[in-house]
Write a protein that binds this ligand. Structure first.
Ligand code: NAI
Length: 349
């Protein structure tokens, strides 16, 4: 099914509002989810609405949180999300980080006690839109075997980065520290497609191509991805005094409880380090240099990080956003949720 950005946002907003979010939180949450679908990150777009709606309806997301920003130093602060929606809390916290970085050159802002925050490049691009460079990391529920291990310990702990160029584009990296994000497994399930055997293992620790048999994911590049997961866990969990490692709450375990997740935004104001215009021109130059690298056999072009998503944005602007029919039918229906996710199984649909 193809839909316009505006229609998709309205449908998601209606559903989240009906589930219990305030109109304003539903609007922001819908914006973050459409951001993902609009650039082809379907694993973190409208596909998640029914899960969020069920969690909201069952009380596992605070619909009236007392958001508070505590400035803890000239360049630091903690955003207390009070069990509120992570998509909204992470955006509000980034606004605080942007204000500090504009004034003091750098900002490090933690978000504590929030729910899942979706495709986290939304927040780094929020800063890049203000001529700032940003990094963001967040906790995710334990579903990854550490290098050499047979039981899950860390989450898919993603890392996002964005920097502004001189022509309005941004160079963006947004990646789970697993070979693939869990949402990609869910997306493969929703489309009944198999997955490559390098993504995940089954209950016996053997590689699997069946998304329904996945019991744990694999880190990128063995011990290196495993080390990055550790880093994300320290920065967005231990640093903020939150549950960490395999104590991070599961996405599907108990939909009546707040999740207590954390996120850390690091924002750098380039003008405190170099000439801003030169910085932006050099980012544009980097993008052009990368595009001009001679492609390897089997490749038509070298893309800059994030360019694959930029190309999808252009395509969807012309043709409409492609979303799975079942998801569209759910979005246009009167149903808030189908009681599908609260099944105590950390690897639920
Ligand atoms: P991915 O593997 O699709 O892409 C990773 C990065 O590689 C992206 O920056 C992408 O632009 C870049 N890339 C892909 N193909 C490229 C190419 N041909 N040339 C140059 N660059 C290319 O992303 P992944 O790891 O599957 O993550 C998907 C989403 O899941 C992200 O938005 C992430 O934030 C989100 N996520 C969120 C979590 C949460 O708890 N909030 C947990 C895990 C992931």
């Amino acid at each position: 099914m193809r839909v316009t950005k505006e229609e998709l946002k309205q449908l998601i907003k209606n559903k989240l509002h009906k589930a219990g979010l305030t109109e304003s939180h539903a609007d922001t949450a819908a914006d973050v989810l459409v951001f993902a679908d609009a650039r082809g990150i379907h694993s973190h777009g409208s596909m998640r609405v029914e899960y969020y709606s069920e969690r909201i309806a069952k009380g596992g997301i605070n619909t009236n949180p007392n958001f508070q920003f505590e400035k803890t130093g000239p360049c630091s602060g903690v955003f207390h999300a009070d069990g509120g929606n992570g998509l909204v809390a992470a955006k509000e916290a980034m606004k605080e980080a942007i204000a500090i970085a504009k004034e003091n050159g750098v900002a490090i802002v933690g978000v504590e006690n929030m729910s899942h925050s979706g495709a986290i490049s939304y927040f780094t691009e929020q800063a890049a839109d203000e001529d700032l460079v940003a990094l963001s990391v967040t906790l995710s529920d334990p579903m990854v075997v550490p290098f050499g291990g047979s039981e899950p310990y860390y989450g898919t702990n993603p890392i996002a980065f964005a920097a502004p160029s001189s022509d309005g584009r941004k160079i963006t990296l947004d990646m789970a520290t697993t070979v693939q994000a869990w949402g990609k497994i869910l997306y493969a399930r929703s489309k009944n497609e198999s997955i490559p055997d390098s993504w995940a293992v089954d209950a016996n620790g053997n590689p699997t191509t069946d998304p329904h048999k996945v019991n744990a994911l694999l880190p990128i590049s063995g011990p290196k991805g495993y080390g990055l997961m550790m880093m994300v866990d320290v920065l967005s969990g231990i640093l903020l005094g939150l549950p960490f490692g395999n104590k991070v709450t599961s996405m599907y375990n108990d939909l009546t409880e707040y999740r207590k997740l954390g996120q850390l935004h690091i924002v750098i104001n380039p003008s405190y380090f170099t000439d801003l215009n030169q910085f932006k021109q050099n980012i544009t130059q980097t993008m052009a240099d990368l595009n001009n690298i001679k492609p390897a056999p089997g490749f038509s072009k070298v893309l800059y990080p994030g360019q694959n998503n930029d190309e999808v944005i252009e395509k969807y602007e012309k043709d409409g956003i492609d979303i799975v029919d079942d998801i569209y039918e759910y979005l246009v229906s009167d149903v808030v949720h189908n009681n599908k996710y609260d099944n105590k199984d950390p690897f639920a649909e």
